[in-house]
Write a protein that binds this ligand. Structure first.
Ligand code: ADP
Ligand code: ADP
Ligand code: ZN
Length: 210
């Protein structure tokens, strides 16, 4: 069970990834989470993230390569936010081929530009990893995490001035991947405009049908 989760920023990848890995007992590999950890001690990484630009392919690819060498990925994995360029996808193909690992499906969570902007602008996160939306998926107590009662904050790259740049980067550098994966026959389009649980049911249905 090895899957890729794709979609524009704010589509709901992180939200769905949590539910999928919990349900199927596979490993969640989020390059965004890895870089948010790395930026605490790496000024270059911090600059890429805060400006909404992609981290250069070479750095990303090496990081993923190292991660895929760990034993736990044998349980199956879900790649979230990687690959994000055609070059990254080609590098991933090489890695997987040399390890004799296959991807079972590429789930593309489809939401249009306006919805992505609304979702990103209202996203609030907790340091424990939980994520909410001020209107769509609000916490029980405003500003507080349901899980750990921690303070909810807005990601610095979710602020209005960076959001547009991230969506531009997505259009130019990541959208071409759709065609790349359509050609492989692994591509599964998921209507991301539905509710959190409906989107999950849709993905689950595909996984269980295999
Ligand atoms: P979102 O899902 O909201 O788009 P992520 O958490 O996946 O955001 O990524 C946050 C940031 O981390 C990106 O804007 C980018 O700077 C960096 N990043 C994450 N994954 C990649 C990747 N595969 N290639 C290059 N940069 C990445
Ligand atoms: P991504 O990882 O693709 O950037 P997230 O999973 O972080 O996206 O979701 C972006 C925002 O949208 C979050 O605030 C999340 O709570 C909210 N969200 C996720 N799925 C849905 C949905 N199906 N309907 C409405 N809001 C959603
Ligand atoms: Zn929390």
């Amino acid at each position: 069970m090895n899957y890729i989760l794709m979609g524009p920023p704010g589509a709901g990848k992180g939200t769905q990834a949590k539910k999928i890995v919990e349900k199927f007992g596979i490993v969640h590999l989020s390059t965004g989470d890895m870089f948010r950890e790395a930026k605490k001690s790496d000024e270059d990484i911090r600059k890429f993230l805060e400006s909404g630009q992609l981290v250069p392919d070479e750095i990303v690819v090496n990081m993923v390569k190292k991660r895929l060498e760990k034993d736990d990925i044998k349980k199956g994995f879900l790649l979230d936010g990687f690959p994000r360029t055609v070059n990254q996808a080609q590098e991933l193909d090489k890695m997987l081929k040399s390890e004799n690992i296959k991807i079972d499906a590429v789930f593309f969570i489809d939401v249009h530009f306006e919805e992505a902007v609304k979702r990103i602008s209202g996203r609030r996160v907790c340091s424990c990893g939980a994520s909410y939306h001020v209107n769509f998926i609000p916490p029980k107590v405003k500003g507080k995490c349901d899980v750990c009662n921690g303070e909810l904050i807005q990601r610095s790259d979710d602020k209005e001035n960076v959001v547009k740049d991230r969506l531009d980067v997505y259009e130019k550098q990541t959208r071409p991947l759709i065609d790349y994966y359509k050609k492989t026959g692994l591509f599964v389009n998921i209507d991301g405009l539905k509710s959190e649980s409906e989107v999950f049911e849709e993905i689950k249905k595909h996984i269980e049908a295999k």
